[in-house]
Structures are given as C-alpha cells and as structure tokens.
Design a protein around this ligand. Sequence first.
Ligand SMILES: C[S@@+](CC[C@H](N)C(=O)[O-])C[C@H]1O[C@@H](n2cnc3c(N)ncnc32)[C@H](O)[C@@H]1O
Length: 367
Amino acid sequence: MKNTEEQFYAIVAPGFESACADELEKRLQVPMTIEHGGVSFHGKLRELYLANLWSRCASRIVVRLGHFSCRDFPTLYRKAVRLPWGRFLKPGTAIEVRVTCRQSRLNHSGRVAETISDAISKALGTPVPQQDMSFRQQILLRLDNDHCQISIDSSAERLHRRGYRQQMTPAPLRETLAAGCLLHCGWLGNSDFLDAMCGSGTLAIEAALIAGDLAPGRQRTFAFQQWPGYRENLWHTVLSEAERQQHNPSITITASDQDEQAIHAAKINAKAAGVDQWIQFEQCPYQQQHRSGTHGLWLSNPPYGERLHQIQTTPQLFQELNHHFDANFSGWQGVMILPHPLRRMPEPQLQFRNGGLPVALYPLHLT
Ligand SMILES: C[S@@+](CC[C@H](N)C(=O)[O-])C[C@H]1O[C@@H](n2cnc3c(N)ncnc32)[C@H](O)[C@@H]1O
C-alpha cells in the first residue's frame, strides 16, 4: 500500500459513535465524521496504524476501497477488477468476502462473494487460495439500493480482542463496550474508579488502561502487517511513541466481586493486560464497598438477562444499589449497565446491545 491519503472507517457498536470520534480525533488530530455505526476519517498509514493501536471502542478499522452503482454481475466484476487490490493483497493471500445486501437487485451474497474473488484473481493475475490459511484478509462488501461499497479490513481479529482475556466468568462485557461506557460517562482516568461486581475484570482493566494511557492494541497483531506496503519502521515508531506516554496512575481503581473465582479471573486478566499493579482487588459483596476518595465513578454490570435468568429482579436490585450509593458514595457518579427497556426504571443515558441483549446505562441517584 502506497502511503497515499485514504478514506478510513472505524466500525463502532451503535451508541458509541461519538465516544469513538472523540477518542480518535484527540489521538490522530484529524477531523472525524460520525455516521450510524461508525466514524469516517481521512489519513495515511500513520493514521491507520494509530487508529488500530489506540481506539478503545471501535470494533475494526477498514479502508474504503471503492464505491459504485451496480445492478448486475458483469458490472460488479468489471468495476471490482479495477480496484487497487495489489496494494493490500500479496499474491497467495487467502480472502474472506463478507457481503450484506439490502434492497438491491444483486441479493445472492454467495455469488457476490464469488464474483469479487474472481475479480481479485484477475486483478492480481494469480488465483486466490480457497483453502483455510492461518491469515485470511477480510473484504467487506455492502450493497444498499444497488450501490456497492467495498472496504478492506485493516484489523484482522476484532479490536475487542486486546489479548489479555485469559479467564472468563459468566456474561462478560466486551472490552470495546466496557471502554465505550467509561468514555461515554466522561471518565478519563482523573478520578477514582470502582466496579463492585467486576466478574472477569473488564471494566476495571479498561479503566486502568485509560488511566495509565496504555494503548489497547499494543499486545496484538493486525491485518495491515500482512499487506505488501507494510511499513515496519513506521509501526515501531508509533508503538514506541505510545510506550513513552505510559505513566503510573495516581488514582485508586478498585475491582471487587462477591465471588472468589471472579476475583481470581480478574487478577489473571489484569496481569495479562499489564495493569494488575494499578488495581485493588477485593472479594466482598457490593454492600461492603465505600467510596475510596471524594470523586469517582462507580460503573458496574450487575447480573441480569437471559444468560443469568434474573431479569425480573433487576428493578429491585437497582433500588438497592441506589440506596447503597446514596448512603456511601457522596460526590461520586454512579452508573449501572442493565437490560432495556425495564418498567419502573429512570430514563437511561445510552442504549446499546451486549451479547445480543438490549442494555442501557442507568445513572444512580445524582448527588
Ligand atoms: C454480569 S457479571 C459482570 C461481568 C463483568 N462486567 C465482566 O466483564 O466480566 C456480574 C457479577 O456480579 C457479581 N455479583 C452478583 N451479586 C453481587 C453482590 N451482591 N456483590 C458483589 N458482586 C456481586 C457476580 O459474582 C458476577 O461476577
């Protein structure tokens, strides 16, 4: 890939678009445009590498390769052949074409994918391997009202896979959603943090990564490292700049849970993320937690939903959490991640989906 200006798109869980635009704009210093389910921006390889390394809430970063109107397969093939595939695919790289069709004449996603595969073989002058290789370059194709948008994924595994989740507990929160919730609450690592129902520790670990200014992608690899124009020196420069920004947080981050195994899992995950030294782990029911300092955020993801069979008890739990919060957390912001919609609950701050369930951020009483 030549180091030319490209259009990039960060795919984000709906609800977190503005949090993602804010974090990327600060880090990349380029303007962001918010769309439904994503954020688009322009840049060169440096911006692409930075976005993958630093985005806490995007699920992947793609390069928008081309768009055109198209109502039949010969047109799709002809226009796809002309795209600059050689900048992103080494000959012999296996591909996976992910197709979504909406209100378009071409609605056979399997045949659309085959057409793109044929077009790539023709453009590269070599067949695209069909067998499962260890790395498969993802190509995303979206047909909407006969308009085709083709993008190349630069991330490989989705960005929530930071590389630190070694141990699972039931109903974990996805890392990108956990970070998105923290950013949405306006928590930037300058005040204390508590998750009193921490499970595998995701919220506290993401909080520690934010507080220490640690890049969430520093422990993993990306699809762009397989591209013909991968600039290893530039990637190492971006990584060492990130390393120089790390610092020890001067706040208290607490992860507690009543369950011994959850605390064990959270410790292992935090160690793998390189932040265990910044988190206080405590095994206790949330009723024994008190504020650590005068200001802070208590953000928790209590047990709920189909997976934990407790949806009917949630409003009562919320009431109990509110009582405990009012009595013990003056000066703090309290927010719970709970199913949505629920009767007898206040208006939520933000709605999103977690593990297929509609959930929302509910503020505890404001102090
Ligand atoms: C949905 S899980 C949290 C998942 C977590 N956010 C993660 O990413 O892994 C809910 C957690 O609340 C804990 N829990 C339930 N009741 C509690 C209580 N009264 N006090 C403290 N923890 C409690 C459970 O042990 C469980 O680990």
